[in-house]
Design a protein around this ligand. Structure first.
Ligand SMILES: [Zn+2]
Length: 440
């Protein structure tokens, strides 16, 4: 095993044999159900409605009896008293120490209450991730994040302090100023979205700065979007920055549940000591076998202020039963989060995930980083058009478009129209990208 076991590595939890890990999960799950039933009016009603008492959960299989929780239910519950968390609040109002909210890209934002205890839990989860990715006390970490109501990298900031890194809060600066600040203070590590990592690289090129040569960033945590485990995107970010890029998956409601370790196994470990993650068949709602794609449902096992039982993440992934070289017993999601299940759509009878386009487009060195996926109708038939950009100084050609068309067909299984446009014509994104448009 190649761990630096000196500071923030918990060998007891992270390599626990599966049987014991499952015992721990069952114990914690029972406790989470008991807490939610006793203290969350929302879950009391939900469990009563399903005729389930906490005592009915005796094995991990029994978890299936509990109905899943959707984001719409959370929005509705927050219309009730007490303001602003509604019937989701499960601790006395005075014990709430942090307010955050979801980004609300798909409707009304969900407000998230955390107590100090929950906040320590957040940093604990993140510290596990950062240590696994090689973040150490000697590292000076730059966080180019607009410190606001979105939870994003807030917990990453506190976790850096917890493990002893030196943190530079890079909020309130322009992209150019952030690059110059990282250069000036010789930042060694960085956390941001994959989209922003590429956006910064584009901005640096305009400043005449070569990130790989002129900066000292050698470790990056990328999160908020699937990109860091899409091979062509990971490669692009690593080349531009001269750094190793590691993926992380989390959600305001779900917590910081997944991470790629320093071995870069091509997948995300699920922190199974802190979370119970299910991969369920989209149609059946039943657990699927390793190797089969399903929808992710998460239960944070230690959350108190605003707990969740079986929350639908709306992400799709494939569980692997292959062990990781790092020695952790936490299982891997092969290829990480593969896309949003609410973005999966049928095109001419074939299931299509817009995320599958990214690997094909970014696999072309002739193309820039931006692209767009547009779903539209032609003569009542569904059509997909992918717009990409030529890289600066490159030449567009019908031959390049044809090769891209073939690569897209290979990656998605459907025929896709291709338009390669001039550099700089497609929209740019600072945080999370929105590259998918359904115009049907
Ligand atoms: Zn590993």
């Amino acid at each position: 095993m190649s761990f630096d076991a000196s500071r923030y590595w918990n060998p007891v939890l992270e390599t626990l044999p599966r049987a014991q890990l499952e015992q721990l999960q069952l114990l914690k799950f029972k406790r989470a159900v008991g807490h939610a039933y006793a203290n969350s009016p929302f879950y009391r009603k939900k469990l009563d409605g399903a005729k389930i008492k906490p005592g009915d959960i005796e094995t991990l299989r029994d978890i299936q009896k509990i109905p899943r929780t959707d984001k719409d239910e959370l929005r509705e519950a927050q219309q009730t008293e007490p303001f602003p968390y509604g019937s989701l609040l499960s601790i006395p109002r005075d014990d709430v120490t942090a307010f955050h909210q979801t980004s609300g890209t798909t409707g009304q934002a969900v407000r998230q209450a955390d107590s100090w205890r929950d906040w320590e839990w957040w940093s604990e989860c993140w510290a596990t991730i950062l240590w696994a990715q090689g973040f150490r006390p000697k590292d000076r970490v730059f966080i180019p994040f607009s410190y606001g109501v979105f939870i994003a990298f807030w917990a990453g900031h506190y976790a850096c302090e917890k493990i002893g890194c030196e943190v530079i809060p890079g909020g309130g600066l322009s992209t150019e100023d952030r690059i110059l600040k990282m250069k000036e203070i010789k930042a060694a590590a960085l956390m941001c979205t994959p989209t922003y990592a590429l956006h910064m690289a584009e901005a640096a090129a305009k400043l005449g700065i070569d990130l790989a040569k002129d900066l000292n960033v050698r470790k990056m945590l990328c999160s908020g979007e699937p990109g860091a485990l899409i091979p062509a995107t990971k490669r692009r970010i690593e080349e531009r920055w001269g750094a190793r890029v590691h993926d992380h998956a989390g959600a305001t409601e779900g917590g910081a549940w997944g991470f790629e370790c320093a071995e870069q196994p091509g997948g995300l470990h699920v922190n199974e000591a802190m979370f119970f993650l299910e991969v369920l068949g989209t149609e059946t709602g039943q657990p699927v076998e390793p190797g089969v794609k399903g929808e992710l449902v998460i239960t944070p096992l230690d959350r108190r202020a605003q707990p969740y039982l079986r929350f639908n993440l709306k992400d799709t992934a494939i569980l692997s039963d292959e062990p990781c070289k790092c020695g952790r017993s936490f299982r891997l999601l092969q290829g990480g989060v593969l896309g949003r299940s609410d973005r999966l759509t049928k095109v001419r009878g074939v299931l299509f995930s817009p995320t599958s386009v990214e690997e094909a487009v970014r696999g072309f060195p002739e193309l820039g980083d931006e692209y767009q996926v547009i779903l539209h109708k032609r003569d009542e038939l569904d059509e997909v058009t992918v717009k990409a950009e030529i890289k600066p100084g490159g030449n567009r050609s019908p031959e390049l478009e044809e090769r891209l068309r073939q690569a897209l067909r290979l990656h998605t299984g459907i025929r896709i129209n291709v338009e390669v446009e001039a550099y700089g014509t497609l929209p740019r994104f600072e945080v999370k990208a929105s590259r998918f448009k359904d115009q049907r």
